[in-house]
Design a protein around this ligand. Structure first.
Ligand SMILES: [Zn+2]
Ligand SMILES: [Zn+2]
Length: 171
């Protein structure tokens, strides 16, 4: 009777021991998986992610703590967003700091002509007189279509060529 109790007792003990072991292993794998997931969000290099995951696995439970000491302080996505923000800010500053292409004098975006060297910077809208950017097809202030006031050099030469035979024919 005592022997039976002892056997069943030892069996129960081994069952709890096994259950505890399984839970411990699951917990160990879960912490290692957490390390892998966290590393993937913070590290771009797949080799370093592998190393971080190995540290997360061995030593068990202590590994993730060691990893937390050495992991990059921010997520890759946050770093990317910050870089984009800095780039946008630089572009805004560059737009504020516009300069004349000829004499490098500082000019405002509203200037039509450089006040220092009188270089033509922008075309004015024929309807409302607002300065127009070179790529604009229509005036954003009054919706008047933009017609190039100054014909390009190529256009001038082709017109000359077209005009030349006509004068000859007239003669
Ligand atoms: Zn100038
Ligand atoms: Zn206009």
């Amino acid at each position: 009777m005592f022997a039976l109790l002892a056997i069943s007792g030892s069996q129960g003990w081994s069952l709890t021991k096994n259950t505890a072991l399984v839970v411990l292993v699951l917990l160990w794998l879960a912490t290692a998986y957490w390390t892998f997931k966290d590393a993937r969000r913070r590290i771009a290099d797949p080799w370093l992610i592998g190393v971080a995951t190995m540290v997360g696995l061995v030593p068990p439970f202590l590994g993730p703590v060691i990893y937390m000491f050495f992991r990059p302080p921010e997520y890759l996505q946050d770093a990317r967003e910050r870089e984009l923000e800095i780039k946008a800010m630089e572009e805004r500053i560059a737009q504020l700091d516009q300069r004349c292409p000829v004499c490098r004098a500082r000019v405002e975006p509203t200037y039509l002509v450089c006040p220092v060297c009188t270089t033509r910077l922008k075309q004015a809208c024929v309807s409302c007189g607002q300065p127009l950017e070179s790529l604009w097809q229509v005036c954003p202030h009054c919706a008047t279509p933009v017609t190039p006031a100054l014909p390009l050099l190529e256009d001038l030469t082709t017109r000359e060529r077209e005009r030349a035979p006509r004068t000859k024919a007239g003669d």
